[in-house]
Design a protein around this ligand. Structure first.
Ligand code: ADE
Length: 228
């Protein structure tokens, strides 16, 4: 059973159209759709924006649907100068750039209890996702993705996050989902398509391109399910 999590409806709509034998379950804050996608057992949900929403959704998928892998899809801001709007990124690892206990002697981004900065993703899924990205005609990159409860829209913040964590893109959920997957010892993958440059023009670019970017990420993910 693969869980598919998007923060916003526009990031899931394209994929939802192809779910067969769908059944719906409404829980406080989130509605879950389970069924099959090209023969794969899946459960999909729009979790809402941010790390806590994403974590609650991931844990519910594991507890209630026995999800044994979770894939996060959606849009992201570019941290790398070589990424452009509608390019796709697969996370080789996720970090949480807003976790900071450096005052206590920890490394920036260190998440205690799980005791790591980097949450590695599933290599096999990543490679297959990259193949699908290319097959649907998008440019695909693999690299670190930085998550935090902030929409990044200033060159200074962008620069800080990319240099601290060597990440190529930023968003607001992937790191939390990866942490939940780590705690539950199941594989995780993150596929995101660039909607903006995480700089002073980010809100304008996001308004103009996030719909298209969201559909592209879902299309690549659909190709992945169809061909794996
Ligand atoms: N998702 C898409 N663009 C983003 C940005 N600039 N910051 C955080 N999350 C995003």
């Amino acid at each position: 059973m693969t869980g598919i999590i998007a923060a916003m409806q526009k990031e899931l709509s394209e994929l939802e159209k192809h779910i067969e034998n769908a059944s719906y379950r409404q829980l406080p804050g989130t509605s879950f759709i389970s069924g099959t996608l090209y023969g794969h057992e899946i459960v999909a949900a729009v979790c809402g924006i941010g790390k806590v929403n994403a974590a609650v959704c991931a844990q519910r998928m594991i507890d209630l649907y026995r999800a044994d892998r979770i894939i996060n899809t959606g849009v992201a801001g570019a941290l790398s100068g070589s990424l452009h709007v509608c390019d796709a990124v697969v996370a080789s690892y996720a970090v949480q750039h807003d976790v900071d206990t450096t005052a206590l002697g920890d490394e920036i981004g260190f998440v205690s209890t799980v005791n790591t900065v980097r949450f590695e993703t599933d290599k096999e899924t990543n490679e297959a996702l990259l193949r699908s990205i290319r097959a649907v005609g998008l440019r695909g990159t693999i690299g670190g993705i930085a998550s935090g409860d902030q929409f990044i829209s200033a060159a200074q913040d962008k620069q800080r996050i990319s240099s601290l964590f060597s990440c190529v893109a930023c968003e607001m959920e992937g790191g939390a989902i990866a942490q939940v997957c780590r705690i539950n010892q199941i594989p995780c993958a993150i596929i995101r398509t660039i909607s903006d440059g995480a700089d002073e023009d980010a809100s304008m670019s996001y308004a103009a391109f996030s719909d298209l970017a969201a559909v592209n990420s879902a299309k690549a993910l659909l190709h992945f399910f169809k061909n794996n």
